[in-house]
Structure formats: C-alpha cells, structure tokens
Design a protein around this ligand. Structure first.
Ligand SMILES: Nc1ncnc2c1ncn2[C@@H]1O[C@H](COP(=O)(O)OP(=O)(O)OP(=O)(O)O)[C@@H](O)[C@H]1O
Ligand SMILES: [Mg+2]
Length: 385
C-alpha cells in the first residue's frame, strides 16, 4: 500500500522548467494517469517519483515518509518505462523472474508467479526466447510482466503500451485494469493516449508545460474541464471552442458568437468576453420535438447555424463539419447521412451541455446548469461578471 504526496516538486533543466512547483496527492489504491501533450513533463515527473532524477526543489513523501533523498531501489516501486530495458542474455522466463530472484523468493513460488504473469500477458509460448528474438511489442509486454511479478508498494509506468498494436493494447489495458482492481495497489501511469487515460484511471492529472491544469476523475475531466486547455485536449474530435460574449437580451442571460446563441437563464449579466464550449456529441440536428424534450420545454438551449462543409462516415457514426462564422465546428451523430455540402443547417445542444471559460485566463466559469437552480445560477453570473 502506498500514498504518494508530492509537494512543490520542480525540475529545472538548463533554461527550461520541465516540472513547475507541482503539488499532488495520490491516494493509496488510486490509478492515477499523468496525461498531457509531448514535452509537458510527464516522464520527468515520474522519474522524480521513481528516484531516477533528483528534483531541483520540492519533496516526495511515500506513506508520510520523506523519500526525496532516498535512492530508487530503496523506494519499493516497480517501474516500466518507454524504453524497456530487458537483460539481453537472459530468457523471457528469467527476465520475468529476475525481480523475484533478487528478493530471494522460493523457486516454486517464482515459477508459479512467472507462469501466472506470462499467461495474463500472452507470453507463455515465448518463455524460452531471448529478448532479441522478440518483436518490440513482445519485449514491452515482458517489461510490463517483470514489474507485475513483484508486489511493490506502487507501480510506475511510462507509456508501457505504446509499442503494441491496437488489439494487444486493448487487451493489455484490460489486464492492467483487472490487475489494479485485484491488487488494489497504487498505479502512476503516464500516457498521452486519452482512451487509456479515460478507461483505466481513477484520477487523471492533466499537465501542460510542467503545471497541473486539472486533477480529477475521468468524469470530472470530461464533463467539467477546468480550462480551455483541458477542454480542447480531452475528447475526439475535441470540444468546439468559440470566442463569444456573455450578456443579456430582454431579461435573459445569453452567450453569443457569430452563428451561435445560447439562452442561459433569466437575469441580467454584465458584458464579458468568454469562450463558449460544446462537445461534438452534444450537438444535435435541430429537431423541434427532440429539442423540446431535451430542454424540458424551456427555451434554454444553445443553437448553432452554419453551412455543411463535409461529412465523414466512420461506420458507427458520422462526423459533421459545419462552417459557423469564422470557425469550423464538429458534431457527432448517426443521422447526418442525408446532408450535403453547402446545406444550411441548425444544430442545438441542451443548456447543461454548454461550457463557459474566461477568455483572458482560460479558466472555467462555474455556473449551475440545473433548470431548477437557475435563479441561483443567475446570482452567480453577477459574481463572475
Ligand atoms: N535531461 C534533460 N535536459 C534538458 N531538458 C530535458 C531533459 N529531459 C527532458 N527535457 C525537456 O523537458 C521537457 C519535458 O520532458 P518530458 O520527457 O518530461 O516530456 P513528456 O511529457 O514525457 O513528453 P513525451 O510525451 O514526448 O514523452 C521537454 O521539453 C524536454 O525536452
Ligand atoms: Mg515521456
């Protein structure tokens, strides 16, 4: 078991701050995914936790014990890195058994654990081979397996699935999730793959330029992104983000942009520039009946008007590209088949699917979207204005 606490952790490379005063608490049993674009500092942060890189500043505590000065091998962590370092002269079986041999685990137990792990990762037929006789994906699975044979206090993994093909990736992802459930061990897992993050994580840390943009459950990250950056980074196709204005028209607070109007709630709001966000799957063909249902008969909804630019057919669904003013918006659905390029079209989304961000800071503007709480929301808009 292991709770990892990170305090003001910083890594200053020559002329470049890769990790910038990060505070983070990883609870015992959490599966925390560090997610972010290339170069945002994920590997650097993980290497500091692992003890492979000395922080410029800050502390790392494991179960309340300060391990900042403790060498890697004394931290009782199992690691799998982007570049898997297998022992080239040892067979797969011996590579897998190596951490147990170091711990002087009895032979029978060693053999049992190696076979268990090999079976779960589909390595049973490769046990006698040497690493050079394996494909990149197979080597990576051996590296994952080597971390799994041991029962450390936490597992640290840096893109361990990046060399696997799509099918193996899905299977190994499931293995890791099951393993996490079974061991209830702490996992810290680096990836830039949002599907991995969404499916495996109990909590996601979204990093940008060495700083935490948001720390939350996959649901929170997806449905209440804390900033324009998170909103644009998580989701495919990404959230539609359009600069617009919050104001009021005839006693109703509105958010508007060219071709876009959202009627939010009764009230008055001071004018301010915002970023209006709505996810592609929440934009629907403007059908009167569906609209009335989705907004419980109220006029509170976002409507978008534009010109169809193209439609991509993905088989299970279609992605619609709509030219709205200066921006190209996307919608996901399964009923765009009859539309043609150049068609004039209206789409709408229910009020609770609208996200608002401060244009200057990029930070989310909190408001209460439940219809029965609209008066409270109206009060909040006065605060945020
Ligand atoms: N030893 C080093 N010396 C100087 N700069 C470094 C060093 N290691 C990493 N960096 C820089 O620090 C930043 C963060 O690197 P890091 O490897 O942590 O990124 P990452 O989020 O893991 O990216 P990726 O997804 O591409 O693996 C990058 O700009 C990188 O160029
Ligand atoms: Mg990396």
């Amino acid at each position: 078991m292991s709770r990892i606490e990170i305090v003001q952790l910083t890594q200053q490379f020559k002329g470049h701050r890769a990790v910038d005063a990060v505070d983070l608490v990883i609870e015992d049993g959490d599966f925390v995914v560090l997610l972010g674009p290339s170069g945002c500092g994920k590997t650097t942060l993980l290497r500091m936790i692992a003890g492979l890189l000395e922080p410029t500043q800050g502390r790392i505590l494991i179960d309340g014990v300060d391990v900042t000065e403790l060498p890697s091998k004394k931290r009782n962590l199992a690691m799998v890195f982007q570049s898997y370092a297998l022992y080239p002269h040892l067979s797969v079986a011996k590579n897998l058994a190596f951490p147990l041999a170091v711990l002087r685990t009895p032979k029978a137990e060693r053999v049992r654990r190696v076979h268990e792990v090999a079976a779960s990762l589909g390595l049973e037929n490769l046990l006698e081979r040497k690493p050079r006789e394996l494909s990149g994906g197979q080597r990576q699975r051996v590296a994952v397996g080597r971390a799994l044979v041991r029962r450390p206090s936490a597992y640290l993994m840096d893109e361990p699935l990046s060399n696997l093909d799509a099918k193996l990736r899905t299977a190994t992802r499931q293995e890791l999730s099951e393993l996490h459930a079974e061991l209830s061990a702490t996992f810290v897992y680096v990836t830039h793959d949002q599907v991995e993050a969404m499916t495996m994580a109990t909590k996601i840390v979204v990093l940008d330029a060495g700083r935490i943009e948001q720390f939350g459950t996959p649901d929170e990250i997806y449905h209440r992104p804390a900033s324009v950056f998170v909103a644009g980074f998580v989701g495919a196709p990404p959230m539609n983000l359009v600069v617009g204005t919050v104001g009021s028209i005839g006693g109703v607070v509105t958010a508007t942009a060219e071709g876009i109007e959202a009627r939010l709630w009764p009230g008055v709001a001071e004018k301010r520039t915002v970023v209006i966000g709505v996810r592609p799957e929440h934009l629907r063909l403007d059908d009167f009946a569906a609209n009335a249902e989705s907004t419980a008969g109220s006029a509170s909804a976002l409507s978008v008007e534009g010109v169809v630019e193209r439609i991509e057919n993905l088989g299970s669904e279609q992605v619609l590209y709509l030219r709205v003013g200066d921006t190209l918006m996307t919608a996901r659905g399964d009923d765009f088949g009859a539309l043609r390029r150049g068609d004039l079209l209206a789409l709408s989304a229910p009020i609770e699917r609208i996200h608002l961000f401060d244009e200057a800071t990029g930070q989310r503007l909190e408001w209460v979207p439940e219809p029965d709480e609209l008066p409270a929301a109206a009060a909040q808009v006065a605060v945020m204005a």
